[in-house]
Every structure is written in structure tokens, then in C-alpha cells.
Design a protein around this ligand. Structure first.
Ligand SMILES: *Cc1c(COP(=O)(O)O)cnc(C)c1O
Length: 477
């Protein structure tokens, strides 16, 4: 069939489907009841109440047949498992970091690293802290400071590397009177909080030079390092002929270590690690690991999980996989752009971030427009998303710019197809059309830390009504 000349082109999957999981759209009445029961916090929904789940790309990937086969060769020995040997050698081979300490997920790696390196009165710079990183910096009494470039805070800027660190600000901080209170510098690749935006290799080289001139260790939050390397290859001049593995290796070579959530670019459902070049630190991390996570050859994971990470970590560097993954995000962006829906540009590596102030300009910040939008997307079509803004980052320190007000639609890896993405675009489009009738929310219960996970909300007025929604058959082409 003929395709409209301007219709966005969907990337073709570099895999076929071997196992399926049934999903269904609950009725409008069921969705309404679910929202009420959940206190309008979508973290409180049951997965079965969700049709398309874009809450997170973390731990939601589909594993490959090879990874599942790897699970069957789990050597569940408490110490010295062959799966740990495979895991350690894979991560060493790809990153070059000599000391690899497995953890059950990324935040456990953050807990270990930050409690070893940072303490009360310290300042920890990052391009932008992710919520769990921020929480761990604050937990040890240190202050998180975000030093992304100004373009990172402009949702309309098309800067190709909005994850970049503001070099002048970093240099001023390290040269200034409080410079001696900086125990480490973190750089998050890609910058999740800022829209899944990449950091340029050139920027990281400068960060590395400044840190090392000041004898301050540089650590990566490397959750989405392969997606970042893919963007470097496609956007940074002089990088187009290098492989993702080569670019990744240069990124690692510029740094002293990293924390990793394997739930992202490890293509697994659970796992992580902390890596370092410092043997003394590695020994201390392992001591602490035994108290909090487990013996250093399993780190709170089943050994079969380490096998799945060893395989997934390599698969995440497959360039056909990455081209499809980043292509899916771009495809959804094009479908939304065609309808005039405002979102953060350019589209990032792992999702689309709707631009809340431009989506719901009639709702002031205190009416929690981000949460209102998250609720409407679920109400309209059973699509689950998450607010990334004032609710998630409340209590952020006054020296960092105020957070962007975004609603993140994270795309799980290897899970959804073109028609799912078309359906999502259609649901967002319908909410966009009736945006003027959307009411605000208020928070009725809020815990002290990481409150977005457990807060409860209430609508400020009766929610708008719309007709029943059924998934539509995507246009053939
Ligand atoms: C997911 C994530 C973390 C935390 O990892 P978990 O595995 O969820 O504990 C840290 N930093 C970034 C940038 C992340 O995306």
C-alpha cells in the first residue's frame, strides 16, 4: 500500500518474537477505579491495570534467547561461581576497569561508592543527578550540585549533546574555595533526568583533564553508556567510523570508575555493579558489599543473573540493536511532532520527555501539571508514564537550576512494536486535543524521601470526561 510521503518511517526490528505475554486495555471504568485506589500515583497501579507501560526502561527489557539459555547454566555456588568469572571478564574486557564489584542494582552501587568517597560537608557535582544518586549523596551528608550546560534546561534547543557538563562552572568549583570539598565528580551517561541526552566525548575529555589536574577522581553513572556511545558516533564530528565498543572504551579510559544499573544497558531485569581502578577502594567496597549485599562473587544476585548480565552487556553494544532502539524513540518523536505535541528536543536515547509547561500552560506549578498529565495519559488509554520534575526532585539544592517539568515516556528495550508506539502517539494526541479541559492535582500524602514513589494525590476538580477508548488498528503500509 502507498505510504504518505511524509509519514515517519518505523525502524524494522532486528529480532523476531519467540515468547509472547498477553496485555489488555482495562475498561474506562476500571481505569477510573484503579486511579482512585492508587491515590493518582501510577507507581501504585498493578501492572495488570496498565496497557502500555512506559513507566521506566529500567529492568523492563526483554531478554534474548541466549540470555535465557545463560540462566540455565547458573552455577549457584556461594563463592567462586563460574558465572561471576564470566561476568567479571566481560565487564573488564568492555570497560577496562580492573576491579568489578557486583550489586543487585544501580542504587546499591551508588550506596557503596558514595558512602566510601563522600561525607558530611562535601559537594558532589554531576551533569544532572538522577533521583537515587541525589538521595545517596544527600544520605551521606553531602550536597549534590548539577552542572549541565544551559542548553540542557531549554527544551527547545536542538543542541546535540545536552548531557554535557558546563566546563567553566566545573573549573570554577574546583578552583574555588570549596573545591577541596569535592571528593569525586560524577557524569551521568546518558543524562536521564535531562531527557536521556548524551554527553560528547570531547566534553568528557575536558572534564577528565580538569578533574585529574585537581586530583579529583571522575566516576561515571554509566547506566546508558552504549546509547551514549551510539549518539557520539552519529553526532560527534570525527567519530562516525568508530564502533560503539571503541567509543565506549575511550569514555571508560577517561574515568576512574563507574556505577552501573545493568537494568538499562545490561539488558537484564535485575543487577548492577560498581567498578574502580583504585585497589584500596575496591577492597573497602567489597568489605561493605559483604555487609549489605553479599559475597563479592555474587553481590546480592543469583549467579544465573550474572550470566544474563554477561551476555546482555555485550548484546547492548550490537549496532543493529542500538540503531533500532534509538530509531524507535525517534519514530515516536516524529509521530508526536506531526500532531504538534510539545516535548524535549532532540529525542533522547531511552524515551520521549513531554514538555509539561508547554503541554498544560493553564496549570500553575503548584497544581502539579506533570502529575495531572501522567494521570490523563493513563485515563485516556491505559498508558503509564512518570513525572520527572518538581515532585521527583523536590528539596533539590538551591544552587542547582530548578528541575525541568517533564513527563517521561520511557521505552523498554526490545518489548514494544511499531503498532504499540502508534497507539501511544494516538493516546497522547487525544489528550493533547483536550488539554484545555485538564484539571490540576494536589498532593495529599508525602513521605520525606524519594516521595514520587509513594505520595498520594487528589484531583483539584472532577476530571474531564471523554469517550471510551479502544486500541486502534495501526494504518497498514
Ligand atoms: C536507573 C538509574 C540509576 C539507579 O539504578 P537502579 O538499578 O534503578 O537502582 C542510577 N542512575 C541512573 C542515571 C539511572 O537511570
Amino acid at each position: 500500500m502507498a505510504r504518505e510521503p511524509s509519514a515517519p518511517e518505523a525502524p524494522v526490528e532486528p529480532y523476531r518474537i519467540k515468547v509472547v505475554e498477553a496485555i489488555a486495555l482495562p475498561s474506562r471504568a476500571e481505569r477510573e477505579r484503579a486511579l482512585e485506589r492508587a491515590g493518582y500515583n501510577l507507581f501504585n497501579l498493578l501492572s495488570e491495570e496498565v496497557y502500555i507501560d512506559l513507566l521506566t526502561d529500567s529492568g523492563t527489557s526483554a531478554m534474548s534467547d541466549r540470555q535465557w539459555a545463560g540462566m540455565m547454566v547458573g552455577d549457584e555456588a556461594y563463592a567462586g561461581s563460574r558465572n561471576f568469572v564470566h561476568f567479571e571478564s566481560t565487564v573488564r574486557e568492555i570497560t577496562g576497569y580492573p576491579h568489578i564489584v557486583p550489586t543487585h542494582q544501580g542504587r546499591a552501587a551508588e550506596h557503596l561508592l558514595l558512602s566510601q568517597l563522600a561525607g558530611p560537608g562535601d559537594i558532589v557535582p554531576n551533569n544532572m543527578h538522577f533521583d537515587t544518586t541525589r538521595a545517596h549523596v544527600m544520605r551521606v551528608g553531602a550536597k549534590p550540585v548539577d552542572l549541565a550546560i544551559p542548553e540542557a534546561y531549554d527544551t527547545t534547543s536542538r543542541h546535540p549533546f545536552k548531557g554535557n557538563v558546563n566546563i567553566a562552572k566545573l573549573a570554577a568549583l574546583l578552583d574555588g574555595p570549596t573545591g577541596r570539598h569535592v571528593p569525586l565528580v560524577l557524569v551521568t551517561v546518558t543524562n536521564n533526568t535531562g531527557g536521556g541526552q548524551p554527553v560528547a566525548l570531547g566534553n568528557l575529555r575536558e572534564v577528565s583533564k580538569i578533574c585529574h589536574a585537581h586530583r579529583v577522581p571522575l566516576y561515571l553513572d554509566m547506566c546508558r553508556w552504549a546509547e551514549n556511545a551510539f549518539f557520539v558516533r552519529s553526532r560527534e564530528s570525527g567519530q562516525g567510523r568508530r564502533s560503539v565498543r571503541e567509543i565506549g572504551r575511550e569514555i571508560f579510559d577517561l574515568t576512574d570508575g563507574a556505577t552501573m544499573s545493568a537494568k538499562k544497558d545490561g539488558l537484564v531485569n535485575i543487577g548492577g555493579f560498581v567498578a574502580t581502578r583504585d585497589p584500596g577502594l575496591a577492597a573497602r567496597l567489597k568489605e561493605q558489599l559483604i555487609v549489605y549485599e553479599g559475597f563479592p562473587t555474587y553481590g546480592g544476585l543469583a549467579r544465573r543473573d550474572l550470566e544474563a548480565i554477561s551476555i546482555g552487556f555485550r548484546e547492548a553494544t550490537d549496532e543493529r540493536y542500538l540503531a533500532h532502539r534509538i530509531g524507535q524513540v525517534r519514530f515516536l518523536a516524529e509521530l508526536l511532532d506531526d500532531q504538534g505535541v510539545p516535548f524535549l528536543h532532540p529525542p533522547g536515547g531511552h524515551g520521549i520527555y513531554l514538555d509539561v509547561p508547554r503541554f498544560l500552560p493553564h496549570l500553575p506549578a503548584e497544581q502539579l501539571p506533570g502529575q495531572a498529565l501522567v494521570v490523563e495519559l493513563y485515563r485516556e488509554g491505559g498508558v503509564r508514564t512518570v513525572e520527572v520534575g518538581a515532585i521527583m526532585f523536590e528539596g533539590s539544592d538551591p544552587d542547582s537550576p530548578p528541575p525541568l517539568e517533564l513527563v517521561r515516556m520511557a521505552i523498554p528495550r526490545r518489548v514494544y512494536t511499531e503498532s504499540h508506539l502508534r497507539y501511544v502517539a494516538e493516546v497522547v494526541g487525544r489528550v493533547w486535543e483536550r488539554r484545555a479541559s485538564i484539571h490540576g492535582m494536589r498532593m495529599v500524602e508525602a513521605p520525606e524521601h524519594l516521595r514520587h514513589f509513594t505520595a498520594r494525590f487528589a484531583p483539584l476538580a472532577d476530571g474531564p470526561t471523554a469517550g471510551p477508548v479502544r486500541p486502534t488498528i495501526p494504518r497498514a503500509h
